[in-house]
Ligand binder design. Structure first.
Ligand code: GDP
Ligand code: ZN
Length: 293
C-alpha cells in the first residue's frame, strides 16, 4: 500500500480514507477501506499487504477488504513491514557530528530492524579522512559504506542490500538522501537541495511517507527529514542499542539486574564501551522523557 497524493487523510479523525495499491504487475488503484475494517478499527499503513476485493482495473478503483499480518510496524514514520533502515549521513557538508550520528543510530537500533550505514559525499573528504571515519564507526560496531552520488561511487553496492526488501531511508537533511533515491530510481524525480529552513520544514511536515519501487525489486520508503530524533526509549533498553556494548551486556553480571551502568555499586560494564559518553547523555534524556510522561 502506498499513500496516494490524490487521496485524502481525514485530519480530524486521523483516518486514512484513500490508499493506492502499487505493484509492478498491476496499475495503481485508489482504494477505500471496507466498512468492516473501519468497524473493527483496522487501519491501513504504508507498506501493508492487503486483500483487494472487486478491483476495477480500468476505473482504477478498489476496496481493501483485509490487511495481512504485519511483520514489523514502525510508528514514526508510520510504515508496515519494513525490513531494514538505510541510514544516510554525509562524510562532510554538513560536517559529520558524532553525537548526531550516534543519536540517529540509537534511534534506528531501537526499531530492532537491521541498520545499514552509508556516508555520502565521500568525494569531499580525503582517503585518509575516510579511513579515520571508517575506523571510528568500526569501533562503534558498524561497517560503513562510503558513497558519492556525484561521482557514482559504490551506489551499485546498495543493490544487493536493497533487493526484495522494504528499506526505510533515514538521516538528517542535506546529506543527499533525495539525490541517492534519484540515483537508485531514475523516475523518482525527487527535488534536491531544499535545505533552507522554512521551505524544508514546510515540505517535511506535510509530506507523507512515500514508497518507491526499485528497478530490480524492493521498496524504498522516503521518510520526512528530521535532524534531531528524540531518545525516548525505556532507559533500561538503551544500552542494547549500542552494538559495541551488546555482547558484553548479554553476559554482564552487574549487582543489580536493573543496573543503568552509571554509578550503581558493582557495575561491571561502566565506561566499558566506545560510546559510553554518548550513552550517558542519551540516558539522561530517556530518563527525563520517561518522567515527563
Ligand atoms: P537530502 O536533504 O538528504 O534529501 O539531500 P539532497 O539530496 O537534497 O542533497 C543536498 C545537497 O547535497 C544538494 O546540494 C546535493 O546536490 C548535494 N549532494 C548530494 N549528493 C552529493 C555527493 O555525492 N557529493 C556532493 N559533494 N554533494 C552531494
Ligand atoms: Zn551495570
Amino acid at each position: 500500500v502506498q499513500l496516494d497524493p490524490r487521496g485524502s487523510i481525514d485530519e480530524e479523525n486521523k483516518e486514512l480514507n484513500f490508499v493506492s495499491f502499487r505493484s509492478s504487475v498491476a496499475p495503481i488503484l485508489l482504494c477505500t477501506r471496507r466498512t468492516r475494517l473501519k468497524k473493527i478499527g483496522q487501519q491501513v499503513m504504508v507498506g501493508d499487504r492487503v486483500v483487494i476485493e472487486e478491483p476495477d482495473w480500468n476505473g482504477g478503483r478498489g476496496a481493501i477488504a483485509d490487511v495481512l499480518d504485519r511483520q514489523t510496524e514502525l510508528k514514526r514514520p508510520a510504515i508496515a513491514n519494513a525490513n531494514q533502515i538505510l541510514l544516510v549521513f554525509a562524510a562532510d557538508d554538513p560536517p559529520l557530528e558524532p553525537y548526531q550520528l550516534s543519536r540517529f543510530l540509537v534511534k534506528a537500533e531501537s526499531t530492532n530492524l537491521n541498520v545499514c550505514l552509508c556516508l555520502n559525499k565521500s568525494d569531499l573528504v580525503t582517503p585518509q579522512q575516510q579511513a579515520e571515519i571508517y575506523e571510528m564507526l568500526d569501533k562503534w560496531g558498524y561497517k560503513s559504506i562510503f558513497l558519492s552520488v556525484y561521482k557514482n561511487i559504490n551506489i551499485e553496492k546498495l543493490s544487493p542490500i536493497l533487493k526484495n526488501k522494504i528499506t526505510v531511508i533515514a538521516g538528517p537533511s542535506g546529506v543527499g538522501k533525495s539525490s541517492l533515491i534519484n540515483a537508485l530510481i531514475p523516475d523518482a524525480n525527487l527535488r534536491v537541495g531544499e535545505v533552507s529552513g522554512k521551505i524544508a520544514r514546510g515540505r517535511h511536515t506535510t509530506r507523507h511517507v512515500e514508497l518507491f519501487e526499485l528497478p530490480n525489486s524492493g521498496l524504498l520508503a522516503d521518510t520526512p527529514g528530521f535532524n534531531q530524533p528524540d531518545i525516548n526509549c525505556a532507559p533500561g533498553q538503551l544500552p542494547f542499542y549500542f552494538p559495541e556494548a551488546r555482547e558484553k551486556l548479554k553476559t554482564a553480571n552487574c549487582r543489580f539486574s536493573n543496573c543503568l551502568h552509571r554509578d550503581e555499586p558493582d557495575c561491571v560494564v561502566r565506561g566499558e564501551w566506545e560510546r559510553y559518553e554518548h550513552y550517558l547523555v542519551f540516558l539522561e534524556e530517556a530518563i527525563t522523557r520517561q518522567t515527563e510522561l
